[in-house]
Design a protein around this ligand. Structure first.
Ligand SMILES: Nc1nc2c(c(=O)[nH]1)N[C@H]1C(S)=C(S)[C@@H](COP(=O)(O)OP(=O)(O)OC[C@H]3O[C@@H](n4cnc5c(N)ncnc54)[C@H](O)[C@@H]3O)O[C@H]1N2
Ligand code: MOO
Length: 402
């Protein structure tokens, strides 16, 4: 038997960071930036107007009021995108649009709402200080500034920022491609009829979705029956497209636990009992350099094993800290018991009210009971040395991805 921490350390000591890739911006969504991206020019690149209105010399309209507006001749129109150089002299104004370059000589913009909207001459009915409604060059980002740091996962705001500094491609750690495959003669596809003794396959659907939630690309592979030759053939085929493989089922003590049978001693794969519940039987190792996680078949065991072992490994493959799911401390609403010597992950409902978190363990905690996982939003994590925790105690709780 090994501890959760020992098994995780073994995994993290074996997985390598994926090599960097140069990708077009939209292909890089969800990948992790492998280089710092900096601005080649300031943003905005030039002083420009924040409003549709009139560019003026502030001093010219210092006396403007509703009852005594100032009249200024309009010498031109400046639209966003105008590339010509424009200028005004004191006593004149130019109509200007949001984002248009400020004409030389102007030091304020008056929004059209403060005027009569005139074309040849405009009446301005309010004064404004110099700088009014002007967006200065560089006030967003200065030239040379790093706008997205290496190691950042690229979501919408970062992709927008990188485009805004003129980059169409970036060097990233790609999202790991993870093949998920269920094993078991009893498994049928959802949608197909069941014969007695059969069940619908659910683990590979659940874990393929969990891969995506963890930042990877998930491929659900067709279920493989409990036949050693077929399992090995499938694994070898999948190595071509996988950065990692996750299997479920066939790793305990039965006579047909073929994953264990086929992979024991293959590559560096080893099988261990881990001091945890659920998720005791685990296998992990490299097959031709590719990490293979052989998770137990009980659905909740498979899911908890994924969050505890596979998710941190996928993060490490992207060069990120292999941190666990985010944890909070919560007050236990009801007493719980825990098996001695095992780290216990209990499905639970976490809620927040009056400034503190409260957590209630689900009634059903069997590792086949997917129902209580589907209605949980958290896992209570009880350390190995804990056997009973009374209501009112503080416990560590992992939030499940939602
Ligand atoms: N004698 C022992 N028996 C078992 C032990 C043990 O230590 N000694 N460990 C138990 C624990 S704990 C677990 S967890 C399971 C792990 O079993 P396997 O990984 O070999 O998984 P299977 O036997 O193939 O299946 C277990 C269970 O889960 C159902 N299953 C499997 N795959 C799927 C799937 N893709 N979708 C839905 N359900 C699935 C399967 O029908 C079984 O009911 O072993 C215990 N036994
Ligand atoms: O360890 Mo098993 O995962 O408890 O059912």
């Amino acid at each position: 038997m090994r501890t959760v921490d020992e098994h995780l350390a073994d995994i993290l000591g074996s997985v390598a960071v994926l090599p960097p890739l140069d990708l077009a911006l939209l292909e890089a969504q969800g990948a992790v930036l492998a280089e710092p991206v900096s601005a080649p020019v300031p943003l905005p690149p030039f002083d420009n107007s924040a409003m549709d209105g009139y560019a003026v010399v502030a001093a010219d309209i210092a006396a403007a009021t509703e009852t005594d507006p100032v009249a200024l001749p309009v010498v031109g129109d400046i639209a966003a995108g105008d590339t010509g150089v424009s200028a005004i002299r004191p006593g004149l104004t130019a109509r200007i649009m949001t984002g248009a370059p400020l004409p030389a000589g102007a030091d304020a913009v008056i929004p059209v709402e403060w005027t009569d909207g005139g074309n040849a001459t405009v009446l301005i009915s309010r004064a404004a200080p110099p700088g009014h409604y002007i967006r200065r060059a560089g006030e967003d980002v200065s030239a040379g500034q790093v706008v997205v740091a290496a190691g950042t996962r690229l979501a919408a705001p970062q992709l927008g920022m990188i485009a805004a500094v003129g980059r169409s491609r970036v060097t990233v750690r790609p999202r790991p491609r993870v093949v998920v495959v269920a094993t078991g003669d009893e498994l049928r596809e959802p949608g197909d009829p069941l014969a007695p003794g059969q069940i619908w396959e659910s683990n590979a659907y659940m874990l393929t979705a969990a891969v995506v939630e963890a930042g990877g690309v998930g491929y659900r592979q067709a279920t493989v029956e409990d036949e050693p030759g077929r399992v090995l053939e499938m694994l070898e085929d999948q190595l071509a497209r996988a950065d990692a493989i996750v299997t479920t089922g066939g790793v305990s003590m039965g006579t047909r636990d073929v994953v264990k049978e086929v992979l024991s001693g293959t590559g560096t794969v080893g099988f261990h009992k881990v001091r945890m519940r659920p998720g005791k039987p685990q296998g992990f190792g490299l097959l031709q350099g590719t990490p293979v996680f052989t998770l137990p078949g009980n659905p909740v065991s498979a899911y908890v094993s994924f969050q505890v072992f596979v998710r941190p490994a996928l993060r490490a493959m992207q060069g990120l800290e292999p941190e666990p799911l985010p944890k909070v401390s919560a007050v236990l609403a009801e007493d719980v018991k825990s098996p001695p010597g095992l780290r216990h992950y209990l499905r639970a409902e976490l809620s927040f009210s009056n400034g503190s978190h409260t957590v209630t363990a689900a009634e059903s905690q069997g590792s086949h009971q997917l129902g209580s996982l589907a209605s949980a939003n958290a896992l209570i994590e009880l350390p190995e040395d804990v056997e009973a925790v009374p209501a009112g105690s503080h416990v560590e709780v992992m939030r499940l991805p939602s």
